[in-house]
Design a protein around this ligand. Structure first.
Ligand code: PEP
Ligand code: MN
Length: 362
């Protein structure tokens, strides 16, 4: 992919807002539901209405979408509100139906991006289209797979491309439904600064209370837009109920967010600084997460030692760790002094955690 500003031209051509706001329900459920939500969004910053018509569900037996019928409801919503529309396509048949019903923006879902075969079929079906196509990150944290999908579309002569960051699934449960792994979209942004990058806080969060914070981080990291699942009665939604917010909440969020504007030189400096600070904040949280994981392992070791009646401090093992870490640190540009001081602090905290286990304090 060339580094051409043509990639982001569609943001201007379509006269879309900055940041681009895409909103609407996870799934189209009924005609009335789609139209009610569209009308409630009409006076918000959302310029594009989303609704899933075909729903990729991890397990069978859940609501799998209303199918092609819902495309008529999207068309009607567009006529009545003037909003553009977007839906997910997962095979060439979806593409054909979506194009026939004049859907403006098509997105490729996370479970589709993982499959080069299907992405290629979709790219072939879309060949040469001037519709906007947005590619969600694959479910697994693999930047090449994500870029590979974009490349297949680009090679099929699809000019109006963008990507959506919706987080990555992990075996371990965290506060997120899908871990953001911000370093991945940041690397993508560094490689292709002209590829519009949109945040999907809903599927990262899986819950409504952290949508605002995620949006703010996205804007601080210079994302071009957000896609937020929005429903008039979120708790009654047929899919992803816990993460949907009302159009009214979305309007409030947009009011409270600090949005970057076109700026002077000094403001540009401030923006750069803010972006770098957001990156530092993300790295710092990751450091805490990993330290907390390490301490949990220490506690497990404490339990094993307790069961076997073994002393906490194992000097030989500890000296081996230190030696190894100093060498590894050097390769990574960290001074010996720093590595030693840091690991002494980590070791002390680790001993404290193990001691608590041995003392039977939980
Ligand atoms: C969705 O946007 O409703 C959806 C199914 O998303 P994802 O592909 O990110 O899971
Ligand atoms: Mn959803």
């Amino acid at each position: 992919m060339e580094n051409s500003s043509e990639l982001r031209k569609w943001l201007d051509d379509f006269n879309l807002s900055h940041p681009l706001v895409i909103a609407g329900p996870c799934s189209a459920e009924t005609e009335e539901q789609v139209l009610t939500i569209a009308h409630q969004l009409k006076d918000s910053d959302a310029t594009v209405l989303r609704a899933g018509i075909w729903k990729p569900r991890t397990r069978p037996g859940n609501f799998e979408g209303v199918g092609a019928l819902g495309l008529k409801w999207l068309q009607k919503a567009k006529e009545e509100t003037g909003m553009l529309t977007t839906t997910e396509v997962a095979n060439p048949n979806h593409v054909e139906l979506a194009l026939k019903h004049d859907v403006d923006i098509l997105w490729i879902g996370a479970r589709t991006t993982v499959s080069p075969f299907i992405v290629q079929e979709i790219a072939d079906a879309l060949k040469g289209t001037d519709k906007v196509v947005l590619v969600k990150n694959p479910v697994n944290p693999d930047l090449s797979l994500w870029l590979g999908a974009v490349e297949r579309l680009h090679t099929a002569d699809i000019k109006n491309l963008g990507v959506i960051h919706r987080g990555f699934s992990a075996y371990e449960k965290t506060k997120y439904r899908n871990n953001p792994e911000w370093q991945i979209p940041i690397e993508l942004q560094n490689k292709f600064p002209d590829l519009p990058l949109i945040l999907d806080p809903s599927h990262i969060a899986g819950r409504r209370d952290i949508i605002f914070d995620l949006c703010q981080t996205g804007l601080d990291l210079n994302y071009d837009g957000i896609m937020v699942e929005t429903h008039h009665t979120p708790d009654k939604a047929w899919s992803d109920a816990a993460q949907q917010i009302t159009p009214k909440t979305l309007i409030q969020i947009m009011e409270d967010l600090q949005v970057r504007k076109e700026v002077s030189v000094s403001e540009e400096f401030q923006n750069k600084l803010n972006t770098l600070r957001s990156k530092i904040d993300i790295a710092d949280s990751q450091i805490l997460d990993i330290l907390s994981k390490r301490m949990k392992i220490s506690e497990e070791i404490g339990q094993v030692k307790k069961d076997q009646n073994v002393a906490i401090l194992q000097t030989k093992r500890w000296n081996e760790i230190l030696g190894k870490m100093v060498l590894e640190g050097e390769e990574k540009g960290l001074s010996e002094e720093f590595v030693l001081r840091m690991f002494k602090a980590i070791h002390q905290e680790s001993i404290n955690h193990q001691q608590k286990i041995l003392d039977g304090i939980n």
